[in-house]
Ligand binder design. Structure first.
Ligand code: ADP
Ligand code: ASP
Ligand code: MG
Length: 453
């Protein structure tokens, strides 16, 4: 059996939903379909929540949200399902209005309330899509996607979720089976949580892995995984195939096409992923599996993460750089902060690594605690941070065979007037990365893409 996931643009309009319907209705009845909220709705729900908290006119926004859903229901939901779907969506819209009203009254938007508000996108889209598809069976993902607290984040409780998915989808016969992505429930408090922005991909992967699916199909709005973000590089090429590792690296370095945690559960079970276009279903898409034909494309793509922050440790570190490196890395990891680039030690006894700016205040606290003795006795002069940066990554399993690749990239950037502030230590098997100023992100991607493609 296959698990399919349709993103926001795929379920955003009457026209795109007709494509979804014709794709899904030809598939066997044990197919599981994961859907996102209507395109752009999650952003709208969040913006309206802030508007309500700031005393703005949330009511007309809520009316527009309601109208968008009613239009689709009236035009596409099958006659026999209309009453049922309208009952569900009416009550969810009522919940949305009540919640906005509450936010507006207290003039404040607690995180838990925002989680409830954003969940309504997928809680409405799933019954609508189920109502559009012949024999569509609705499953409530809050019943089986469970999270636990991990520092300040909610992360999937993978083993509990695995068991609940098996239970939910055991003995499924008639179908297809439709469920909402992204949304989840805290396993202890029962509160509504979510898997993070873009998290519907991850819901689909958790289901595919638990059910030992043959394939995970991610249906989106581009012809496949491309050599760069097509919004930045107009002539970016569609890659026919790539390996799990390559897709994991590209996505964790910012390629938005798949939400990064998605790949691990299916990789672990060797379930291939296809990236397919809802608006061009005949296109072959990209096939992601254990192996990839790196001869065609030794390098698969160039990508960037904005909001990078460079942490710099300065002092007489020549003797024990490795030890300091490891301690810093471990202290951050123990506190849920990931490091995405360890820089080559620079001059002036300084070494640095890149983290996300959103982790900056936590990282400051953690590192000052970890290195308090060294800061006092002078072994370390200072811990400082540089913000407004981007990490640019070049990814491909063929990279290890390309001699002097760091130098070629560096020269290309310099020729384009871009000065990298740090580069990754050595060359990993698949990825070379550089830190540049955030304002140079697009130019850097263009220059490097031009070099390789
Ligand atoms: P969905 O709503 O279907 O989940 P997303 O917007 O999350 O879609 O992801 C698809 C988008 O990812 C594309 O429209 C494209 O703009 C962007 N993107 C970024 N990098 C890449 C890449 N390397 N290949 C393809 N698409 C990319
Ligand atoms: N609707 C959610 C978002 O916009 C989840 C998703 O689309 O994957 O982030
Ligand atoms: Mg997405």
């Amino acid at each position: 059996m296959n698990v399919l996931k349709f993103g926001g643009t795929s379920v955003g309009t009457v026209e795109s939903l007709k494509n979804v319907r014709s794709i899904v209705e030809t598939l066997p009845p044990d197919t599981v379909v994961v859907v996102s909220a209507l395109g752009g709705l999650t952003d709208k729900l969040i913006a309206t929540a802030h508007l309500a908290a700031n005393g703005g006119d949330w009511k007309s926004e809520a009316d527009a949200i309601a109208q968008r859903h009613y239009d689709i229901i009236n035009k596409l939901v099958r006659e026999e399902n209309k009453t049922n779907v309208l009952t569900i969506v009416d009550s969810l819209l009522e919940e949305l209005r009540r919640t906005y009203e509450g936010v507006s009254l207290i003039g404040h938007l607690p995180e838990k309330t925002l989680n409830v508000i954003v969940s309504l996108g997928e809680r409405m889209s799933a019954p609508i899509v189920a109502g559009i598809i012949q024999n569509g069976h609705l499953h409530n993902s809050l019943d089986f996607i469970k999270t636990e607290k991990w520092f300040d984040k909610n992360i999937a409780d993978v083993s509990l979720t695995h068991n609940l998915i098996l239970h939910e989808f055991s003995n499924i016969q008639e179908g297809p089976h439709i469920t909402g992505g992204f949304i989840s429930q805290d396993r202890d408090s029962g509160e509504i949580t979510n898997l993070g922005r873009g998290g519907s991909d991850y819901t689909a992967a958790l289901i595919a892995a638990a059910l030992d699916a043959d394939m995970l199909d991610i249906w989106t709005d581009v012809d496949g995984f491309m050599t760069a973000d097509p919004r930045i590089i107009k002539d970016a090429k569609v890659l026919p195939e790539m390996s799990f590792i390559e897709s994991m690296e590209l996505c964790s370095f910012g390629a938005k096409v798949i939400y990064p945690p998605t790949i691990y559960p299916v990789f672990h079970k060797s379930i291939p992923i296809r990236i397919l276009n809802t608006f061009n279903p005949k296109a072959p898409g990209t096939f992601i599996s254990d192996s990839s034909n790196s001869n065609d494309y030794p390098i698969k793509g160039v990508t960037a993460i904005k909001n990078t922050c460079l942490v710099k440790l300065k002092g007489c570190l020549t003797e024990n750089v490795a030890q300091i490196n490891t301690r810093a890395y471990n202290a951050l990891a123990r506190n849920g902060i990931s490091v995405f680039l360890l820089a080559q030690p620079g001059e002036n006894h300084e070494f640095s690594f890149a983290i996300s700016s959103s982790d900056l205040s936590n990282a400051t606290r953690v590192l000052n605690e970890e290195f308090a003795p060294e800061l006092i006795d002078g072994a370390l002069d200072s811990i400082s941070f540089e913000e407004n940066l981007s990490t640019i990554a070049v990814v491909g399993e063929g990279i290890k065979h390309l001699k002097g690749i760091n130098g070629r990239i560096l020269n290309t950037l310099l020729r384009n007037g871009i000065r990298p502030l740090a580069s990754s230590e050595g060359t990993s098997d698949t990825t070379v990365s550089f830190v540049v100023e955030e304002k140079d992100t697009v130019e850097s991607i263009k220059a490097i893409h031009g070099l390789f493609f």
